[in-house]
Design a protein around this ligand. Structure first.
Ligand SMILES: NC(=O)c1ccc[n+]([C@@H]2O[C@H](COP(=O)([O-])OP(=O)(O)OC[C@H]3O[C@@H](n4cnc5c(N)ncnc54)[C@H](O)[C@@H]3O)[C@@H](O)[C@H]2O)c1
Ligand SMILES: [Zn+2]
Length: 362
């Protein structure tokens, strides 16, 4: 078992990674972390039938009274209405400040249940048990929790570090391949900004051949480094946004339906690499290397046919925008990201220098 501790401002998050963890150590680890013996396990209707039983029975053997709530799956349910269902279940389960919410699922469940834990009785114990690659390598670590509002994604939330993050890479066995590709985009991001050695674990292998346990561990170590350095996203942590400024714009313009998040990030990373090359910052060879890798991992690398003005208009609406300027994350060399501040106008002029995307309206 891999054991890491992430000491943040408010608390120590204990991270454990091991194959088979849900069937063995997960429940004793929860018992050793939290004082109360009541737990609400929040999952969704895809995850619950596959992964709830071993965790719930382990917890019961460890002396817990558990209640489980399975929400409808998907981003469209990351809403205030789902949050309200969680609060009602907290009430039914009689959760006090000594008790625990366990998020068993992907990033949607992690963000929702995390926000519920941050706010129920002003903060109770939170354990993340991520079951998608996206959640294992990214969303379960770092304490960002949120729900979507009808007018903006992730716009109501809190920084709330989990007390424990228990990762069982075996849960990925039941994930559809497209969802693996989706999470791998974030792994390629970590390779590009910080950990070039990850490429040795990714290149020349098929999705079925990848060593997910090692990819998850390396990714979590990288994310944890950023969170330690800049928990509240004021500086260095921005590097984790590589590929996300333009990726979010693409997600938004396609109504969050055409692409999984990781697919949009893949396109966003390729655009950021190409923009960096125009500025003389990114070595052109890197574009080819990462482009081939992303393609091999089943990810798209070119934007949909959208007029540049629409894409830049969507960037303008991004919540990370600071007045008229933004911080674009560029890659100076493999494993080295820089924060490149520029105005929206400068971005528009730079974007105009990209060769046109096939099929895009002029
Ligand atoms: N908090 C953060 O720092 C952070 C970072 C990245 C993403 N996010 C958020 O995460 C969300 C995306 O997360 P996601 O990609 O995990 O999506 P998701 O939670 O919607 O899960 C994807 C799908 O996989 C299913 N699923 C989950 N685990 C499974 C398993 N083991 N076997 C079979 N099916 C399974 C789910 O039911 C769902 O249908 C977005 O809302 C995003 O905003 C948050
Ligand atoms: Zn992301």
């Amino acid at each position: 078992m891999i054991a890491l501790t992430l000491p943040t401002a408010g608390r120590q998050s204990e991270i454990r990674i091991a194959r088979g963890l849900l069937h063995s150590e997960a429940a004793p680890l929860v018992a050793a972390t939290v004082p109360g013996r009541r737990a609400l396990i929040v999952s969704d209707t895809n995850v619950e039938p596959i992964h709830l039983a071993p965790l719930a029975s382990g917890l019961q053997q460890a002396g817990f009274t558990t209640l489980s709530l399975a929400l409808e799956p998907g981003e469209q349910n990351k809403t205030a209405a789902s949050l309200e269902r969680i609060y009602r279940a907290c009430h039914l389960a009689g959760l006090t400040r000594r008790d625990t919410i366990i998020a068993l699922g992907g990033g949607v469940i992690g963000d929702l249940a995390g926000f519920a834990a941050a706010t129920w009785q002003r903060g109770i114990y939170l354990v993340q048990v991520p079951t998608t690659l996206m959640a294992q390598v990214d969303s379960s670590v770092g304490g960002k929790t949120a729900i979507d509002m009808p007018y903006a994604k992730n716009t109501v939330g809190a920084f709330y570090q989990p007390h424990a993050i228990l990762v069982d890479p075996d849960t990925l066995d039941t994930l559809p391949p497209a969802r693996l590709s989706d999470g791998l985009a974030e792994v390629v991001k970590y390779a590009a900004i910080r950990d070039p050695g990850l490429l040795d674990l990714l290149e020349g292998r098929s999705l079925a051949d990848l060593d997910y346990a090692t990819l998850v561990e390396r990714s979590i170590r990288t994310k944890a480094d950023y969170v330690l350095a800049d928990e509240f996203d004021q500086g260095l942590r921005m590097q984790l946004n590589f590929g996300h400024t333009l990726g979010h714009a693409i997600e938004q313009l396609t109504g969050y339906e055409a692409y999984f998040h990781g697919e949009a990030v893949s396109i966003g990373m390729m655009l950021a690499l190409r923009l960096g090359a125009i500025l003389g910052i990114t070595p052109p060879g890197l574009i080819d290397r990462l482009g081939s890798l992303l393609t091999a991992l089943g990810l798209p690398t070119t934007p949909p046919p959208l007029p540049a003005e629409r894409l830049l208009g969507a960037v303008r609406g991004d919540k990370k925008l600071l007045g008229d300027s933004l911080n674009l994350i560029l890659i100076r060399e493999l494993g080295e990201a820089i924060i490149h501040p520029l105005s929206l106008n400068e971005l528009a002029m730079l974007y105009a220098k990209l060769p046109p995307t096939p099929g895009a309206p002029a």
